[in-house]
Design a binder for this molecule. Sequence first.
Ligand code: AKG
Ligand code: FE2
Length: 262
Amino acid sequence: MNTTLAPPQVASYQQNGFVAHRGFLTTDEVAELKAAVLQCVAEMGRKKVAGGGRDMQEEENYYDKVFTQRLNLWRINPIVKRYMLNPDLGRMLCQLEGIDGMRVWHDQTLIKEPFGNPTAWHLDNPNWSFYSRHSISIWIALEEATLENGCMWFVPGSHKLARYDNVGIGTNLADLFKVYPEMAKIDTVSVPMKPGDCSFHNGLCAHGAGANMTRKRRMAMTCAYMPVGSTFNGQQNILPDVYFKSLHKGDVLANDDWNPIV
Ligand SMILES: O=C(O)CCC(=O)C(=O)O
Ligand SMILES: [Fe+2]
């Protein structure tokens, strides 16, 4: 695991809201993490959230054909946990966001299957149970991500324009730009990746991915992180029902079992 960021990478992240980090995992690490993720996917069947999260099932709708999405694998697999909760990764996240501590929000594998739908432009953080200008995700390519099979695209600087208005990930690629027309005036940037490369993106940076026009899947492992001290905003997202019902708006989300510090 190459957890050293060059100062220009940090500066670029803060300016653009995303940055690529090539060669994050070695070939052996990619093989280990990929096998663990595929094992989890096989165990979970159509269940989307592992380890006691909100009950969500995969269906046959448009969104479920954007990718095979399985969340919180870290809760059922020690190998996934070792990677996603790695303290050196935690230090990188804090360095990028310029803050002192991060908790896991949720991990997710996103497998854009052959001929999978595009991932509409969206913001991540407005979907989650806390609002923060310092939430961050890592997106690790476990297989090659290309322009043909749906690599990630970003709108540089959009994290500075975004509010917490939530348009979700719908079927129209560009619905986000109805809410933020100023973002549609910025040139977008694609980030094709080799296996083991990763990118980081801020939870308010606009991003999406193209369709998979190929007969091979595009497999990624991602994890989202929440700044220590973040407070509950009233949204359930993937929180377990019992925990969700126990929360009041404004409570600090500090459950070390559900959202451990990295
Ligand atoms: O993999 C994709 O197509 C989208 C990924 C994404 O939206 C994310 O990691 O936040
Ligand atoms: Fe996203």
